[in-house]
Write a new protein. Structure first.
Length: 633
């Protein structure tokens, strides 16, 4: 029997067709398939398209990939203590008893391969004896909000997505209590997964037999409940977004927040474009929530799978939104903002109308993050004048954040790149007594607004709406930096008031490199070159006001100050930053590098105080040169 999605009439699954009913791949074939999968705390990813082409929009996958997916479900079930998933059960022994049923929340983004993967995961988990709550296509923040508000109703979530990677990719995110697994939890799940693949050759046959012999009515019940589970999840998600924006769990405060914005938009209308690019946000709360706040909303490409351009919301992929916003503004001046999400909808970048030029412009990712941090720190400082206040960011976040935080007497704590790292460090700082209302990865514009534990473009958008429509929030900022409060609060005015930095875009060509050496060898050679180059370039650097440097190395939630292997651990794969100082010892610029753990690229960022392009280009060329020489030495 075919089951269809009630929202868009997409096929969810056919309960009579077992996607694991194929000739079992050999162990060598599985290991070969696994070799191209990146297993990191941020998620597991690889090219899932049958052809192996990362730009292939097919829905077909290889048998080896299907089995890797089923084994991922087995690994998660095992970590949750599910009896049928334990090693002795797989090897034919008696499974241990289970005290209670494990419940797993499953969802997926809108990629073509997602639906077959969702069928495999849900069918496998059901056959193993788990209770599965299947949301089908849903935004990543939605599935996480559900288990954030109601952690007692899900022991874990299994989300199928490759985030901003090309359309032929796919992958898995695992977590609980509203966020992805911590580094420790993620490492344990990866260990279990690899143990199954390399030590339990009977596991594929075991899963194939379980899914063939299972009571089909059990799985049919899962599929019949999709509409109910998703609707409940949407309602919970909207409640959670309002909790985040209003900074209150009180439903009366939520309604007051709605009323205040509706009244503000009656006086001064604001319209928004969402160019959803066929993402999972197409099946989410965007239009319902935003219109309830008094905004006029136009959504483009809002059918799941209606992908019309590359997925990553950067550069040219924002052009459709920008040009459409420009055209609409010419007809209706209330159209001021637009947003474009990635495929799982957990991040999005913005375009806006510059009132000075009357032109639609792309808001650079670091500035998006800066504006959100400004809004959330200001709102929190207004509500809590005397409490310890902080923000947590990843290492390559621009230093403009440090200047913004200083204006609100807030501290900045840095950690290694990775959503789980910033979430973990923020939790640790809250336990130390800090209020941490906003955190995230400024290098890609991804903000996480507490109590959320994941990025969300709706939270980003609402931070800007608060900044524009709550005068007190903007007023505190202007006064804190010694500027006159403008009569009309505009994005132009706020952006002009931000600290000026020139920063490498995280998805620009200049921000990506390919290296062949191990990270440990590369960093050792880089440090030797840095010291020798410093002596040769000392005169040039002094003329630029750069007189000394210090090294920061980030691993997980830790940030170590110091050069050399004594400040590196494990695989030496953490972030590495050269902080450049002026004569007074104040950091003015930095050079940063780190190998991506979700893509086969080496990322570099240069952050320069001011808008001197020559200074920026000099430092970027020097940084890249040292990496290239270290790699080929």
């Amino acid at each position: 029997m075919l089951f269809y999605d009630s929202l868009h009439h997409l096929i969810i699954a056919d309960d009579q067709i077992n996607p694991l009913a194929f000739p079992l791949p050999t162990q060598d074939e599985l290991h070969h398939e696994l070799s191209s999968m990146i297993l990191s705390s941020s998620g597991w990813r690889k090219v899932f398209a049958e052809s192996g082409d990362e730009e292939d929009a097919t829905c077909e996958i290889r048998n080896e990939t299907a089995m890797l997916t089923a084994l991922a479900a087995l690994a998660l079930a095992r970590t949750l203590g599910v009896p049928a998933a334990q090693k002795q059960a797989v090897l034919g022994g008696e499974a241990p008893k289970q005290e209670r049923e494990a419940t797993i929340l499953v969802g997926l983004d809108a990629r073509p391969t997602g639906r077959i993967l969702g069928d495999i995961v849900c069918r496998t988990l059901t056959a193993l004896g788990c209770k599965v709550r299947y949301l089908f296509i849903c935004a990543a923040p939605q599935i996480m909000a559900d288990c954030n508000l109601h952690p007692d109703e899900a022991d874990a979530f299994f989300y199928i997505s490759a985030s901003h990677n090309p359309i032929g990719h796919n992958g898995f995110k695992f977590g609980k209590d509203g966020g992805v697994y911590s580094l420790k939890e993620a490492d344990e799940l990866t260990r279990v997964y690899r143990d199954i693949l390399f030590q339990e050759s009977m596991a594929p046959a075991y899963l194939q037999r379980l899914t063939q012999e299972m009571d089909i009515q059990q799985y049919r019940t899962v599929l019949e409940q999709v509409a109910f589970e998703r609707q409940r999840s949407l309602e919970r998600y909207e409640t959670f977004v309002l909790t985040t924006a209003a900074k209150s769990i009180d439903s009366a405060e939520h309604e007051r927040f709605r009323q205040d914005l509706r009244q503000a938009h009656q006086k001064e209308p604001l319209s928004v474009i969402g160019e959803l690019n066929g993402s999972a946000r197409s099946a989410s709360i965007d239009k319902h929530l935003l219109t309830s706040l008094g905004l006029k909303v136009l959504l483009l490409n809002d059918r799941p799978g209606e992908v019309v351009h590359a997925i990553v919301p950067e550069g040219e992929n924002l052009e459709l939104c920008r040009t459409t916003l420009q055209e609409l503004y010419a007809k209706d001046s209330s159209y001021r903002l637009g947003y474009v999400p990635d495929n799982d909808g957990d991040r999005g970048n913005l375009v806006y109308i510059s009132e000075q030029s009357g032109q639609a412009q792309i808001l650079e990712a670091q500035n998006v993050f800066a504006l959100v941090v400004l809004a959330e720190l200001s709102q929190t400082r207004l509500q809590n004048p005397n409490k310890l206040l902080a923000t947590v960011v990843n290492c390559p976040t621009s230093m403009r954040i440090d200047h913004i935080a200083q204006a609100f007497d807030a501290e900045v704590f840095r950690c290694e790149v990775g959503e789980s790292n910033v979430v973990d460090l923020a939790r640790m700082k809250r336990e130390e007594g800090y209020l941490v209302p906003v955190l995230g990865e400024g290098s890609n514009g991804g903000n996480i607004t507490h109590p959320a534990k994941v990025r969300d473009p709706l939270n980003t958008l609402l931070s800007l709406v608060k900044l524009l429509r709550n005068r007190d929030i903007a007023k505190l900022w202007f006064l804190s930096v010694g500027k006159q409060v403008p009569r009309s609060i505009t994005l132009d005015g706020i952006i002009e008031s931000l600290p000026v930095y020139t920063t490498t875009g995280s998805f620009s060509k200049a921000g990506k490199m390919q290296v062949t050496q191990s990270h440990g060898i590369l960093k050792n050679r880089y440090e030797a070159l840095l010291q020798s180059d410093w002596e040769m370039r000392k005169t040039e650097l002094s003329a630029m006001g750069i007189h000394s440097f210090t090294i920061f190395q980030t691993e997980g939630t830790n940030c170590y100050e110091g050069m050399g292997e004594a400040y590196r651990h494990g695989l030496y794969s953490g972030g590495y930053k050269v902080a450049l100082k002026n004569r007074d010892g104040v950091i003015t610029d930095y050079l940063w590098m780190r190998g991506s753990k979700t893509e086969p690229v080496f990322r570099v960022v240069v952050d320069c105080q001011g808008d001197d392009e020559n200074r920026y280009e000099y430092l970027l060329a020097w940084h890249r040169s040292m990496i290239e020489r270290a790699d080929r030495a």
